[in-house]
Write a protein that binds this ligand. Structure first.
Ligand code: PEP
Ligand code: MG
Length: 324
């Protein structure tokens, strides 16, 4: 679609009308390749901690986790690194912690698992806090939140971890804490959630799956899984508006943020940052550098008037074609 120019990759992700759209990366395994992008990004918008857990033979201990997290935090400091607590269940199983369920995506997933196993969450939080000593760029993100009690419980464990470490002579600052908006219920709990945490991160992958009732990994219904569905776009637009009203810093870390058309829509909707896999950065940056914020807002308005995913796709393709 749009031309991507290599020299452009060192230029800011700024629109022609001067709007800065921070781009961040999603990480999981080794940091070395991604860390070289440090000068081109705003930080790590999503570090999926379950990824390193998948290649070990048992739950990594506190020391091992501290090393892993320190590596991430040091490689990107002083840029923020958003570390998500363990998000297993659904499609992500650990070989040493199998979960057998009829409906795994509606079952024991993310924070539901770690709150039932506070000893697992405590080790992880302690390791994150220890790793952040002297760096101050750690942010903690809670996955699969459905109600505020889960947030309160997790915050209590975080406070306990800070007190414990203090008693052991390890002084740590309290990191910023955020909630993933990916269960549709959270869309109707924004005020209550905003009172409790410092930021939001929209998981558009799961939000799409749950809004449309379409398993994101089932090839039989893959055609129905579509972030261009008017209902998904309406939900995202509403989230953009509401989180601005609440003045809550809100980023998007699902695949939608790494797609040039998706990124332009999200910018037009008013999100504060886009986090994506590193290979998506060049095309998204190119799109942002070619399309004004005003045009992106128009694109949102036009798109929200369309009735079907097919019409949305066609319209986005036509408009992106004009802008290249
Ligand atoms: C999401 O759900 O959009 C997300 C970013 O998290 P994951 O893909 O790891 O579920
Ligand atoms: Mg998710």
């Amino acid at each position: 679609l749009m031309a991507v120019l290599e020299h452009e990759q060192d230029l800011p992700s700024r629109t022609p009308d001067g709007h800065d759209m921070p781009l961040m990366v999603n990480t999981g395994l080794a940091v070395d390749t991604v860390a070289s992008l440090k000068s081109r990004i705003g930080g790590v918008g999503l570090y999926r901690t379950e990824v390193p857990f998948m290649i070990t033979e048992r739950f990594p201990g506190e020391q091992e986790q501290t090393r892993l997290y320190r590596d991430q935090l040091e490689s990107f400091a002083p840029l923020p690194v958003v570390m998500r607590t363990l998000d297993i269940g659904g499609d992500k199983d650990l070989p040493y912690f199998p979960i057998e369920e009829a409906n795994p995506f509606l079952g024991w997933r993310g924070i539901r698992v770690t709150l039932d196993h506070p000893e697992v969450l405590m080790v992880q939080l302690r390791a994150m806090l220890r790793a952040s000593q002297g760096l101050d760029n750690l942010q903690v993100l809670l996955p699969m939140v459905t109600n505020v009690d889960e947030v309160d419980d997790a915050l209590r464990l975080l406070d306990r971890a800070i007190v414990e470490l203090g008693e052991e002579g390890v002084a740590v600052n309290r990191p910023k804490v955020g909630v993933m908006l990916e269960v549709p219920a959270t869309l109707y709990q924004l005020d209550a959630l905003a009172k409790r945490v410092d930021f939001f991160s929209v998981g558009s992958n799961d939000l799409t799956q749950y809004l449309l009732a379409v398993d994101r990994n089932n090839p039989r219904v893959a055609d129905l899984y579509d972030a261009c569905h008017p209902a998904v776009l309406a939900a995202m637009a509403r989230l953009g508006e509401e989180t601005r009203r609440l003045a809550m810093p809100t980023s998007v870390c699902g695949e939608m943020a790494g797609d040039p058309a998706g990124a332009l829509l999200l910018m037009g909707m008013g999100f504060n940052a886009l986090s994506m896999n590193a290979p998506s950065l060049p095309r998204v940056r190119a799109a942002i550098r070619r399309v004004s914020l005003a045009s992106a807002r128009e694109l949102v308005e036009e798109t929200l008037r369309l009735d079907s995913p097919h019409d949305v796709r066609q319209h986005l393709e036509a408009r992106l074609g004009e802008w290249q």
